[in-house]
Design a protein around this ligand. Structure first.
Ligand code: AMP
Length: 387
């Protein structure tokens, strides 16, 4: 079976075609083709919208698939609001619901809806499934998702913590539980998705009970270019003093802050290299980022009543031994002990890097959001008798 996986960004469209068997397993080389269309909607690019981008993808697929047809499409959608706590089979009503959630993700949801409409028009009979970044966190209790703001902000404007990276946190939770031989529905963990964007999630009974991103993906950890947590008054004061407009402030917090703001570099590899070469700004960036993350781990250890695992994933979590060490070195109070040798080893497999006497096992688990979206697409389409 061939599944087309689509990840529509605000001005880009990433795609993959994956081979997947009826039982959900994959061959050794599951990716038939993949690509990226960029500069969508940018004047002069010749790609006015996501529908036009999909036409490009379609033309490319006809060439490479040599007569084979796509059986289903799975779309990553950033925001499912409170409506979607699980992946859904696409209907016109589901597309309209995604469009209605646009105020929560003004750049992403309309782009995703355009892609959905374009595919529906092009392949009317093909089952499509939407997988939301927010769904996994709909299990959070109110004490975790509520902000201490007047009730009307929630009831009238939907202002609350939603959380993101859900597909990855979900996948990695399952793999970590399996690696440790613990039943998923009894598994308590702190999962750290550390990529360009970064979030920590508290897992109890295999479900998300708290997460560091909030109403938007700006909250929480120090990221490549995002600030994570800051005192909200910093923002209101700088705007009311006329130093920044709201739009400039948004850009500053999302694109010019985090590791980039602190050290001049957004890429963890380069920050670590600069720190090792003695650059003090890079050292500070690593200290601020690892300290912030360690505080979240401590907090979530409490939130889940004692974690049975601390799990690292995504670009930095999987690959940056120095950053993992910088975080783990701060967790002595939790009885965490890791092996420097295991931490340094590179592998594409899930693995334990703590020592046997560590109070909490520490794991590195590779994430693969596209694979997870492919598997969920097959599962949902099969449940509805579409495949
Ligand atoms: P992701 O968003 O999961 O693709 O992660 C991207 C981030 O992973 C990049 O910004 C890099 O900083 C980081 N990264 C990837 N490989 C390495 C590595 N070998 N060492 C440190 N950081 C890495």
């Amino acid at each position: 079976m061939l599944i087309l996986i689509i990840n529509s960004g605000s001005s880009s469209l990433k795609y993959q075609v994956r081979e997947i068997h009826d039982d959900g397993s994959e061959p050794d080389q599951p990716i038939l083709t993949k690509g990226l269309v960029e500069r969508i909607g940018v004047p002069g690019s010749g790609i006015p919208d996501h529908a036009a981008a999909l036409e490009q993808v379609d033309a490319h697929l006809e060439e490479v698939l040599a007569g084979r047809t796509i059986d289903a499409a799975g779309h990553r959608v950033v925001h499912g609001g409170e409506r979607f706590s699980a992946p859904a089979l696409v209907t016109m009503e589901v597309i309209r619901a995604i469009e209605r959630l646009a105020p929560l993700a003004p750049l992403h949801n309309p782009a995703a809806a355009q892609g959905l409409r374009a595919i529906t028009a092009r392949w009317r009979e093909m089952p499509q499934v939407v997988v939301f970044d927010t769904s996994f966190h709909q299990s959070m209790p109110e004490e975790a998702w509520r902000y201490a703001l007047p009730d009307a902000l929630y009831t009238e404007h939907g202002i609350r913590r939603y959380g993101f990276h859900g597909t990855s946190h979900d996948l990695v939770t399952g793999v970590a539980a399996q690696t440790l031989g613990i039943e998923r529905d009894q598994f308590r963990a702190v999962v750290l998705h550390l990529g360009n964007g970064a979030s920590a999630t508290a897992i109890r009974d295999g479900k998300s009970v708290d997460t560091s991103m909030g109403y938007t993906p700006l909250a929480g950890l120090v990221m490549g270019t995002r600030s994570g947590d800051v005192d909200p008054s910093v923002i209101t004061q700088l705007i009311s003093r006329g130093i920044y407009t709201a739009e400039q402030m948004d850009h500053l917090l999302n694109k010019e802050s985090g590791l980039l703001g602190l050290s001049g570099n957004a890429d963890m590899r380069e920050v670590v290299e600069a720190a090792e070469a003695g650059d003090t700004a890079a050292r500070t960036a690593l200290e601020v980022a690892s300290y912030r993350l360690a505080k979240y781990v401590g907090g979530y250890h409490v939130a889940v009543d004692g974690a049975q695992a601390i799990v690292f994933t995504a670009g930095i979590g999987e690959n940056s031994a120095p950053f993992r060490a910088a975080v783990l070195d701060r967790l002595g109070a939790l009885g965490v002990q890791y092996s420097a040798e295991l931490n340094e080893q590179r592998s594409g497999e899930p693995r334990v890097i703590s020592t046997p006497d560590s109070a909490i096992p520490v794991l590195v688990v590779p994430t693969d959001e596209e694979q997870a979206i492919g598997a969920l697409t097959l599962q949902v389409a099969q449940q509805h008798g579409k495949l």
